[in-house]
Design a protein around this ligand. Structure first.
Ligand SMILES: O=P(O)(O)OC[C@H]1O[C@H](O)[C@H](O)[C@@H](O)[C@@H]1O
Length: 641
């Protein structure tokens, strides 16, 4: 699908009105197919100076993007990954599509707090598309450009640049509707810092990291740094960035450093500077089809594991659900070359409005969609990815879902066969049954750590550095990284390990399709009830007394801990790295602070609803003393029969 690029312009002329817009009406006829439902808007639309584009207006914009020719005849700039960009930026000039687009005279002043709000753990996330009430655009083009320049400065310092050899940064994006615009802004930001830019177009997050490791000059690799433009499974109006060097993904402290630098860069933008960065971008930009390199590495890995067989998956029917994210490549570029039949695969086309379901292996609707596809196609296996392919899950031929604890159990079984006794690092919300499975059935060690993929990976790396062997770091969210794969957090590589298992079983004459996987998790005890209830903290509530939601959350946790210590029916987990984890009534609960939001997520697992309610009541009676905490989710759970 072609995608729009609203080129950067110095939007001096914000006042142009509908008359000037309709001087382009010669283009009308060509758009009838895609934009017919919106024709009446042409006479209504005063796109208001790029400020708050309404949802319907955004849909029109989106409809037009499906037809590049029509779009360009309207004076919009059109970019297709295969053919590059062409036409002009009249549309952007006239309507300044993205808020605060690029006139320094019009740039609002932003202070440090505004920029720091964009930090989301080790990622940057913000609102990139207007139209959702209460969610103003925060990731504007100039903000993006400033962040990319700041990353370049950070990278140059890290790599102690040799001035004769400019650094290279790769840039890729998922299927979001704001991807092209942000990619251009990122490109300008990097170029203005004097670095070279290599655009990959539609890509996966793990591929971006991989590009810092690949040795292949023909593809301009390795690059010195990589930027992925993604907001994972968040709604269509959001976007964000993940940054990589060959040492892995940047951590929280690095992101903070980059945002601090970005504030000053942003506030010193000049009109001339912005024009110059646009020119520099076109001079230093190259495009490379890196996904071909990345996918051929995945294919090679499966062939090798199967004993160098060209088509080790011949005869297997595997359906893929990419949820209209970036993962559609997996069917055509990985499974088909390996010989698998992929008919019935769905939502492989990138579509940043995510019209079918949210690409998220933790989401019930998404899992239902892939499960149905497996059943309808009588497939051996189903594979589902999140938007940027750093998370995944599988479904076996009987429609059994392997996500969350079951996916961890499966991956642990595979890894422990290869590395007996190794430590499996997981996030904090994993089941007690998983520990028993890893330790008693598989003979490994379960190290339940904190929530957050970066935390889990860093902990596995740390354990290895202090002499405790660990080969797998994995979260219930579907993020997983293996030591053998440079601790790269890669949903597609997790699936490669699953495919290896299928292929090697076949090579050694074991029939039965995905049963080999189902058998691997036999003996995993699963709870009758497993819920996650999210308790919001009202940050404006007077009970916070001017303090932060984190301090408030910590106070809630402290009180709960005291409460538990005085209740003989409850036992605090002897080893625990975040929040309050407690056993009782044959189950457990964990109350902790969310990594990102003013929320205390509460996970409860028990063999029956009755026991889960007893655990819920223990939490509710302690936390009700905090008026700024919205306990309605727990109350509702307790009321449900
Ligand atoms: O703490 P929470 O709000 O539950 O979010 C925690 C989750 O946030 C993101 O989705 C990260 O990608 C995950 O690695 C992390 O586990």
């Amino acid at each position: 699908m072609a995608a729009i690029v609203v080129n950067v312009i110095v939007a001096k002329n914000r006042q142009l009105g509908t008359n000037e817009y309709y001087s382009h009406q010669s283009g009308r006829d060509c758009c009838s197919a895609a934009a017919a439902p919106y024709n009446h808007y042409r006479n209504l639309l005063p796109f208001h100076g790029g400020k708050n584009l309404g949802m319907e207006e955004w849909h029109i914009f989106h409809a037009f993007t499906k037809i590049p020719d029509c779009f360009s005849r309207f004076g919009f700039s059109v970019c297709d990954d295969r053919f590059g960009c062409h036409n002009n930026s009249n549309f952007a000039k006239k309507f300044n599509f993205f808020a605060a687009a690029s006139s320094t005279t019009a740039l609002p002043y932003l202070d440090k707090v505004d920029f720091m709000k964009l930090q989301n753990g080790s990622d940057i996330r913000g609102v990139a598309v207007p139209g959702v009430e209460g969610e103003p655009v925060t990731l504007t083009e100039p903000v993006t450009e400033a962040i990319a320049t700041a990353f370049s400065a950070w990278l140059s310092e890290k790599k102690k640049v040799d001035a004769s050899k400019p650094l290279k940064v790769s840039v890729g994006h998922d299927s979001r509707i704001s991807a092209q615009v942000l990619q251009d802004a990122v490109t300008r930001g990097i170029a203005s810092a004097g670095l070279n830019v290599v655009q990959y177009g539609l890509a996966s997050t793990p591929a971006m990291f991989n590009s810092t490791l690949t040795e292949d000059e023909a593809f301009l690799c390795p690059v010195d740094g990589a930027i992925m433009i993604t907001a994972s499974h968040l709604p269509y109006n959001r976007n964000g960035f993940k940054f990589f060097t060959n040492a892995g993904g940047l951590g929280k402290a690095d992101i903070k450093n980059i945002l601090e630098r970005a504030v000053d860069i942003y506030n010193s933008f000049t009109d001339e500077g912005l024009i110059k960065s646009k020119r520099k971008a076109s001079e230093s930009l190259k495009r490379v089809d890196y996904m071909t390199v990345y996918t051929s590495d995945l294919v090679k890995a499966v062939r090798k594991a199967a004993g160098n067989i060209e088509k080790p998956l011949a005869g297997f029917h595997i359906v893929v659900d990419a949820g209209n994210g970036a993962g559609g490549f997996f069917a055509e570029k990985v499974l088909q070359p390996l010989g698998a039949i992929t008919s019935g695969s769905q939502f492989l086309e990138p579509d940043g409005m995510f019209p079918n379901h949210i690409p998220n292996p933790e989401d019930k609707t998404a899992m239902k969609a892939i499960t149905q596809a497996v059943l309808e196609n009588k497939a051996d296996l189903g594979i589902i990815f999140d938007t940027d392919v750093d998370r995944s899950a599988v479904v076996d031929s009987t429609a059994r879902e392997f996500n969350r604890n079951r996916l961890i159990a499966l991956m642990s079984a595979i890894v422990l066969e290869e590395h007996p006794g190794t430590t499996i690092v997981t996030d904090s919300v994993t089941s007690d049954g998983l520990t028993t499975f890893i330790e008693n059935k598989l003979g490994g060690k379960h190290h339940r750590f904190k929530r957050g993929y970066k935390n889990v990976i860093d902990e596995a790396v740390r354990l290895n550095s202090v002499g405790e062997e660990s080969h797998l770091a994995i979260e219930t969210s579907g993020h997983g990284a293996l030591k053998e794969n440079h601790w790269l957090d890669d949903g597609a590589y997790l699936m490669v390990k699953v495919l290896n298992k299928l292929a090697s079983a076949r090579a050694s004459g074991i029939a039965g399709g995905s049963k080999v996987l189902t058998d691997l998790v036999e003996g995993l005890q699963e709870p009758g009830v497993a819920v996650e209830l999210r308790l919001k903290i009202d940050q404006n509530h007077p009970d916070l007394k001017g303090g932060s939601f984190r301090e408030y959350g910590e106070a809630v946790l402290k009180l709960l801990e005291n409460h538990v210590e005085s209740d003989p029916k409850l036992q605090k987990a002897p080893v625990n790295y975040e929040g309050v984890r407690v056993s009782g009534f044959g189950g457990w609960f964990l109350l902790r602070l969310s990594l990102h939001d003013p929320v205390l997520p509460l996970n409860i697992e028990a063999s029956s609803h009755e026991d889960a309610v007893k655990l819920g009541l223990a939490v509710a009676s302690a936390v009700k003393k905090f008026p700024a905490l919205d306990t309605s989710a727990v109350d509702k759970f307790l009321r449900t029969p």
